[in-house]
Write a protein that binds this ligand. Structure first.
Ligand SMILES: [Zn+2]
Ligand SMILES: [Zn+2]
Length: 275
């Protein structure tokens, strides 16, 4: 009996046999089976989520200075991306997608067999716990990667400096990354649900949520619905803390939560003056 079976048995014992997600899962697997089984599906899901979720923030970046309500949430109010910075990031993203994501997707499509869709949906709490577990594992992996790529000059210059071109981040800067960084992030996002034996629905939910919080980290706005404001006890960094990393690059190395930075003394909160 593997970890997933044990977890599922535990949920069944606690909550009964029916998952709230079963009708959704049945609908998906019975009507979209061939699409969902394709090894291309997670790639299409994450790439399309990225562009769709960037869009509202892009609108804020373009017309936000004429929109007082939005402007009040801008973390660095006097800095706004110009057309050339937006185009630069869009160009880097396009380049990475054409020369890395597309060939990797074709290779997956050619060599990986279609996945099996289990009949049973995960329980809602199992899905939420799985998304949080995957996010915590990614947070730990990226923290180590990030510290190394700031402390070792060659690594910084070769692979991470491009992401620090802008000290005032904006949504499209999220994937303004070197190919190596994009591959590493993609590798962990794919591997972690396998390590944690997550259900496919949990895996896809994690992938989309991870895209969302990564964009939110860089969006440049601290809206009332920021993940850092929704998660209690100040344990989640969110846009303000990652914005601080772009202003003071030797602080706030963890991408999402802030416990690793607090443990290693690299945490800086967002109360310090900007501009
Ligand atoms: Zn960043
Ligand atoms: Zn950095």
């Amino acid at each position: 009996m593997n970890l997933t079976d044990v977890t599922t048995d535990l949920w069944i014992t606690c909550l009964g046999n029916d998952s709230l997600l079963q009708p959704v899962w049945d609908n998906l697997r019975l009507n979209y089976r061939d699409y969902l089984r394709s090894p291309l599906f997670p790639v299409v899901l994450t790439v399309s989520s990225y562009f769709v979720l960037c869009l509202p923030y892009l609108v804020c970046d373009i017309i936000g200075d004429r929109w007082g309500w939005v402007q009040q949430f801008k973390i660095q109010p006097s800095h706004r991306p110009t057309a050339s910075t937006l185009l630069h990031c869009a160009g880097v993203t396009l380049y990475n997608h054409v020369f890395l994501v597309l060939p990797a997707s074709v290779a997956q499509w050619a060599w990986r067999p279609p996945v099996d869709l289990p009949e049973q949906a995960p329980f809602l709490m199992e899905l939420i716990a799985g998304v949080i577990g995957n996010l915590l594992l990614f947070d730990f992996q990226y923290f180590i990667w990030h510290v190394l790529h700031h402390k070792i000059r060659w690594l910084y210059v070769s692979f991470h400096a491009i992401h620090h071109k802008y000290s005032c981040p904006f949504a499209l800067a999220t994937q303004c990354l070197s190919g190596w960084e994009l591959v590493t992030v993609g590798f962990w996002t794919t591997l972690n649900p396998v390590i944690l034996q997550s259900h496919l629905l949990t895996t896809w939910a994690f992938m989309v949520f991870h895209v969302y919080v990564s964009i939110e980290d860089h969006c440049g706005y601290d809206f009332p619905w920021s993940t850092s404001r929704l998660i209690p006890f100040g344990i989640y960094g969110g846009p303000s803390d990652h914005d601080m990393h772009h202003q003071k690059p030797n602080t706030n190395f963890a991408p999402h939560f802030n416990h690793w930075d607090k443990i290693f003394g690299t945490y800086a909160d967002d109360l310090k003056p900007r501009d």
